[in-house]
Design a protein around this ligand. Sequence first.
Ligand SMILES: O=C(O)C(=O)C[C@]1(C(=O)O)C=C[C@@H](O)C=C1
Length: 394
Amino acid sequence: MALNGCSNAPQLGFATLKLANPHTLSVDLRYGVGKCCKWKCCCMSILAPRALTPVEDEKPDLTETESCGNGNRLPVQLNELKGLQKDINLLPRPIMANDFPSSKDGSKVRVAYQGLPGAYSEDAAFKAYPKCKTVPCDEFETTFKAVELWLADKAVLPIESSIAGSIHRNYDLLLSHRLHIVGEVKLKVNHCLLGLAGVRIEELKGIVSHPQALAQCEMMLGDLGVAKISAPDTAAAAKAVASKRIRDTGAIASSRAAKIYDLEILAEGIQDDDNDISRFLILAREPIIPAIDRPYKTSIVFSLEEGPGLLFKALGAFSLRNIDLLKIESRPLKQRPLMVVDDSNKESAKYFDYLFYIDFEASMADVRAQYALENLQEYARFIRVLGCYPIDRI
Ligand SMILES: O=C(O)C(=O)C[C@]1(C(=O)O)C=C[C@@H](O)C=C1
């Protein structure tokens, strides 16, 4: 990517393409966000995400790549220690040219997701990259780290459900890490009630699943009057029922999880709404170069200066250019609560500044989007473009 014009760009990790002529770039080092003086002159600018909190430099971890790639880095053998004959076949094999992710069919792409095999996030990974190698992770944050440390090439992150709403934790993680959104996947969720073979629904006293899945099946859970038990993901719930052989507990998970963990499907399509769609984001170390060949979406996050009607004016930047806003989400800007002391000298956070996350329907290659961000900049304390990517129409 050609860095041109904005002199502060390299150390801030800006990805700025083809600036028409030299511009000044004002930079907020705390947030790693720059403001170019002339957005409208830029053919295209993408502000690369930088963390609010410092993150370590991206460096390929060759030891890890090597051990992952080979899969045969074995512990030191006893006979080696004793100086006996070595098995030369156990030495690491060199990394081969075709070990690297292939852009042709995606068969070598490693996609990190939170959960165990059979989780919906893994379904989303397969929808985006049908031949990928999925990499299960214990937590959402681990999926970010797996990509940052080159243990995976992409991460798949659930961000919202059409029934249960946004997953706030993941909005926060988008900001505290530096990955770029390079795609989205909308997945139709079809929850199943799973149990051990031969168990009847009436025997169930509890149902275990991911909190989002429990929230999506509230009506059925209310009808059954069972206890809700939360699990880290739907596949972990299925695994717990299967491995602990618990007869009076069912799991809410997918039919794929039923197959993987050898459970019986006691009921299918148990979500409150037939049209239960979960939206996932695909994250990568590098942004994709936006185009206008198909419908694109841009995700940004910003905070506003203080003053009346500023949110109204900020949103006006998009409506003035006929840009459709697809989603708005606000999160407290945790570093800046206004502390107020009460009569007993107790300090408490009274007012908060907010971060606004907005998805709008336009590509950053579209001048309307560039003008809108230039306009928004007048009211914003900081802006970060989280990614610009093709819209998944399902
Ligand atoms: O638990 C899983 O299987 C997940 O992939 C997570 C998740 C979520 O966090 O929203 C994804 C989709 C379903 O709606 C329920 C749970």
